[in-house]
Design a protein. Structure first.
Length: 80
């Protein structure tokens, strides 16, 4: 796997000791790649406040042949 791109968008501050809720999902699964999306929130007075959004683009790569490779079926099955 190679991370071919990343984007992070900071929305609010986080302070030491605050409880953080992390959500992760996968989308845009293709023959060679997929994207992973992240959302960080904090709890404040029983309310969730968005802290950051992020996305990483992941590509399967064969280092021996130095070419992109297909996402293995087992990985596609687990990612859904």
């Amino acid at each position: 796997m190679i991370m071919n791109d990343v984007a992070v968008e900071f929305k609010n501050e986080i302070f030491y000791g605050e409880k953080i809720i992390a959500s992760v999902t996968v989308s845009d699964i293709s023959k060679f790649s997929f994207d992973v999306y992240y959302k960080l929130e904090k709890e404040n007075n029983d309310k969730r406040i968005l802290v950051a959004l992020a996305k990483t683009g992941m590509v399967c790569y064969n280092y021996s042949s130095k070419k992109v490779a297909a996402v293995p079926k087992e990985v596609k099955d687990k990612l859904g």
